[in-house]
Write a protein that binds this ligand. Structure first.
Ligand code: ATP
Ligand code: MG
Length: 467
């Protein structure tokens, strides 16, 4: 333990705390992560006294550090290099059922440890002279760490009902650490899940994103689903679950399929938004599902409808609506295209179209498509992967020749409007699309003169004439 306390800060905090007559401990995530051998540079100090006074005394002795005080919360923060030290006075919390905001008063060290979420997060290391560096384990947190168990220190119903965000945190830690949730704690998750509604969507989504960024998010999603926490904020995803059988024909369970795609995607990229596209790629399968007699189940248009569902879902989940969402929409919309290309004789124009439509998202699209192979048949899996690698080769060859990515036709909409002396209209849109298609299909070359001639002809067909 002592070697982890070699950073100057711990000695300094200990000395300043002693001078002020406080009792001080390192608590929570940092202590847990020492035992888990996870690198962590966020350290929380709890002091029985004023966290701000202690932090201020410590900061004066640390050269080149930045100091922030949050008076309203009674906390202070010191940043040096890439370390973040958080100081807070020990507190006691009491909750009102209808709010997440507890009544907070000064408390003892014990009060502070009792209000924490999981036993593995209650571990503390003393910085007091008499037992410097000693582990204080009030709730058997070390044992739970060693057995990979998530358990609340108090009655889980009370812990979760007091602050329902802790339920999301339980699923999050299970996913991040690959831990099991203890039986009683799991049962309480099920009975208290409905309480999540008092938590702001931003905080819930924050935990959800941490699950998605973990190594194997399916662990977290299965917990969210089985406890019905997922039902509270993501009904579209819940609807993916289930298999219907008619005339002896079933379809795959799209919930578990989606989780497998997500896990596979996580082995290929750490990009949160590509991972989101894995979650959403089949999201419109339930609303597009049809049974065709003699044929079986179809999900026609689920990629288009799915891409249109992205924005409302992002809005509701309070995810950012900018460039990242645009990428997710594009990936959902195009997720069948590379696979479709493996089924037919591949023409250059089909490849060109894909390159044009995917644009800068092309590599991410290929990651999504490769992750979307979930067949249990090893032979098939090999063949599908090989097909996609072949598509990639074809793409590379066409790109090399055409440089189609980020390409725009040699005449743009504004120029077309000038040619015919009219403003934005259906006709202009039609000419623009026809021009793009003609070049992508290789009917005319990608040159100004040919494009200009084409525009004039197309205009004439629509009753427009050069001004
Ligand atoms: P990480 O920083 O990896 O997300 P962490 O355990 O450090 O994990 P933080 O959110 O930084 O989590 O919180 C620090 C500590 O504060 C936790 O270890 C836990 O003891 C306590 N804590 C945080 N949030 C809650 C909560 N909602 N209810 C009870 N205790 C909490
Ligand atoms: Mg932390």
């Amino acid at each position: 333990m002592k070697e982890y306390l070699s950073h100057l800060i711990f000695k300094t905090v200990s000395e300043e705390s002693q001078k002020l007559g406080f009792q001080t401990y390192v608590v929570g995530g940092f202590v847990r992560d020492i035992y888990l051998k996870r690198d962590s540079k966020d350290v929380d100090f709890v002091t029985v006294g004023s966290g701000i006074a202690l932090a201020s005394a410590v900061q004066k002795r640390l050269k080149g550090s930045h100091f922030n005080v949050f008076k309203n919360f009674g906390t202070a923060q010191i940043k040096t290099d890439d370390w973040e030290f958080e100081f807070v006075g020990a507190r006691k919390e009491s909750y009102d059922r209808n709010s997440r905001k507890p009544k907070v008063e000064d408390g003892t060290f014990r009060d502070d440890i009792y209000r924490r979420d999981f036993t593995i997060n209650t571990l503390a290391i003393s910085l007091n002279q008499e037992n410097y560096g000693e582990l204080v384990d009030t709730f058997g947190g070390l044992q739970d760490l060693q057995s990979s168990i998530i358990r609340t220190p108090l009655d889980p119903h009370i812990t979760f009902s007091d602050d329902p965000l802790r339920m999301m945190r339980a699923a999050r830690f299970a996913a991040q650490l690959n831990f099991k949730i203890e039986e009683n704690t799991l049962r309480a998750l099920k009975t208290e899940a409905h309480r999540l509604s008092i938590i702001s969507q931003e905080r819930t989504t924050d935990e959800l994103n941490k699950i998605i960024l973990s190594r194997k998010p399916s662990i977290g999603f299965k917990i969210l689903f089985n406890t019905k926490l997922l039902h509270e904020f993501f009904p579209e995803m819940v609807k993916l679950q289930g298999v219907e059988i008619r005339e002896g024909k079933g379809h795959k369970d799209n919930f578990y399929h989606t989780l497998q795609v997500l896990d596979q995607c996580c082995q290929k990229t750490t990009d949160l938004w590509v991972r989101w596209s894995a979650i959403l790629h089949d999201i419109a399968k339930p609303p597009t599902k049809r049974f065709v007699k003699g044929e079986g189940w179809t999900f026609h248009g689920h990629e288009d409808k799915g891409s249109r569902m992205v924005k409302p879902i992002f809005k509701r989940l309070k995810l950012p609506l900018g460039e990242n969402m645009r990428k997710v929409i594009n990936l959902v919309k195009l997720h069948l295209r590379p696979i479709a290309l493996t089924k037919e004789y591949i023409t250059d124009s089909a490849i060109r179209r894909l390159i044009f439509d995917a644009g800068e998202d092309l590599e991410d699209l290929m990651i999504l498509c490769k992750s979307d192979i979930t067949t249990k048949n090893k032979e098939k899996e090999k063949r599908f992967q090989a097909n996609l690698i072949n598509v990639e080769k074809n793409i590379a060859a066409v790109e090399e020749r055409d440089r189609i990515r980020n390409w725009q036709p040699p005449i743009d909409g504004q120029q077309i409007m000038n040619v015919f002396g009219i403003g934005p209209s259906r006709e202009i849109g039609e000419i623009k699309t026809a021009l793009k298609d003609a070049i992508l299909d290789g009917i005319i070359t990608n040159e100004y003169d040919e494009a200009f001639k084409f525009v004039l002809e197309k205009g004439k067909e629509l009753g427009l004439y050069k001004q």
